[in-house]
Design a protein around this ligand. Structure first.
Ligand code: FES
Ligand code: FES
Length: 158
């Protein structure tokens, strides 16, 4: 398989990788870089477990080729925690009781972050639209919506 060398930033770290052109971004993040916080679920763009942020947009990394990351900036769930302090969105998920098995949680939080980075006071409809690509089998979504609303309060100093 043909390979290409790409350069990109992940969680504030600049990296070069040589990857087969058919390798997915999810495979590169988890298997080559060791960022296993990004989860693999359906592997076909349906569940959102593999969500990461690329250039400010929440994307499904299972449906994105690693070579598409060339020149881009990526944030994974590992990029949110600083100095052992949870990010306000992570803290809100804990405080709202929005985590059960946790498999959907990294993707949910990154979809929430992509929303809150451009809209710090989202409506409930904005929140539900932002997470429509993320499936949760445990919570029934209510607490996740509450958590994102709480995260908005935390980010706005409330
Ligand atoms: S693993 Fe990517 S959308 Fe399900
Ligand atoms: S907490 Fe289990 S899938 Fe969402």
């Amino acid at each position: 398989m043909e390979k290409r060398t790409i350069s990109f930033e992940v969680n504030d770290r600049h990296m070069y990788m040589t990857v087969p052109v058919n390798r997915t971004l999810l495979e590169m993040l988890r298997d080559d870089i060791g960022l296993t916080g990004t989860k693999e679920g359906c592997d076909e763009g349906e569940c959102g477990a593999c969500t990461v942020i690329m250039d400010g947009k929440a994307i499904h990394s299972c449906c994105t080729l690693a070579v598409e990351a060339d020149g881009r900036t990526i944030i994974t769930i590992e990029g949110l925690q600083h100095d052992d302090m949870l990010d306000p969105i992570q803290q809100a998920f804990v405080d709202a009781g929005a985590v059960q098995c946790g498999y959907c949680t990294p993707g949910m939080i990154l979809s929430a972050k992509a929303l809150l980075d451009v809209n710090s006071t989202p409506s409930e409809e904005d929140i539900r639209t932002a997470i429509e690509g993320n499936i949760c089998r445990c919570t029934g979504y209510e607490r996740i919506v509450q958590a994102i609303s709480l995260a908005s309060d935390y980010l706005n100093g409330k």
